[in-house]
Design a protein around this ligand. Sequence first.
Ligand code: AMP
Ligand code: GLY
Length: 427
Amino acid sequence: MHLLLIGSGGREHAMAWKLAQAANVTRISVAPGNPGMAEEDKVHCIDIAPDDIPALAQFASDENVHLSIIGPEAPLVAGIVDEFESRGLRVFGPRKQAAQLEGSKAFAKDFMARHNIPTALHATFDNASEAITWVQEKGAPIVIKADGLAAGKGVVVAQSVDEASSAITSMFDGQFGAAGSQVVVEEFLPGEEASFIVVVSGRECLALATSQDHKARNNGDTGPNTGGMGAYSPAPVVTQTVHEHVMKDIVQPTIDALADDGMPFTGYLYVGLMIDPDGQAKVVEFNVRLGDPETQPLMMRMQSELLPLLDHAVDGTLSQATVDWLDGYSIGIVLAAGDYPASGSKGEPISGINAAQANGCKVFHAGTALIDGQLVTQGGRVLCATATGDTLQEAKDKADTGAACIQWTGVRYRTDIGHRAIKRLGS
Ligand code: AMP
Ligand code: GLY
């Protein structure tokens, strides 16, 4: 079977690596992919941009692709699934209307409020002065979010009214372009975050293993917010009781409400949770795709094949699907360019990937490029050193050793990924 995978990040590398392990998968075309994916068995990078929807659909049709899998959010929000479906092509992901759950924070918050799905109290504004007045009434801490897609960077958790006001002013001044033409302000939720990702097919769903990512750039969960600096699975904060509560009070009501509203969902639904000390969960965000970097440790733990899950979801037979996970833990540590989350530094030669892999890591590529045969950085998140272990500490020690093998000028990574879980678990 020939698969088409769209995207070029660490998430897509991990998916391609996992999908390629299935005997019945003969070829995976990745658009546009990256140099790490190109080295995987059966994987071929094709030079089509992820937003060139007509060219992607033409490729899937010409090549008789069995299933197209969409990695990142932008093509989903732009309606790639609607276009593929209109051409009779099999595709895994939500249609444009449902993808607004990620594409517009105002849409997601209104949807949750309308359907009584637990989330932070919020208000949406289209001008700075009303937003600042609301902030002054509510006080800090308070959270300011650009409405549209901003690669995980359009959120400011403000510790003071002044900080909140200046975040609002910069967003309306165009810091995130059109994504900031509306701004959501919401109450600050205390607690611990977890990523709860389910495969959805209409009113049916199957939960993947839980995970947790670290969004702050620096050790101690400090510094600017990023797309994610590392992740591990499972997340011990999601106990069996919390899991049941999330399925019953959040996931099932969400997918039923989507179907009731005439926008049934197929694809990965990523529910970003905040879990308070009493185990009560609220939704911080919805994403309509797998997490990055959560996917890297998830694919390392998934024992059963991935493709049957996706096929069952697309065919409406998800109740027949099962998924098995490696006992123990997995972790991925992101190695980013020196100036991340800004972007600019690139072109630095990378060394040490083979040494990291010889030390028991799988290194997934994200922002890499091959120039005259030399692997160099392309900026942003560059690599993810991923490892498994019987304990989280064992997995982390392997990933830390691997990360330390990898070098380029300005490389930065966190050395405390998993610290909350290790404290909770004692190892
Ligand atoms: P989002 O893109 O909405 O997930 O927000 C990015 C990050 O900001 C989240 O992962 C949280 O760490 C933090 N955050 C967002 N909303 C809230 C909230 N209401 N309360 C506390 N932290 C939040
Ligand atoms: N790691 C967070 C995300 O993928 O949105």
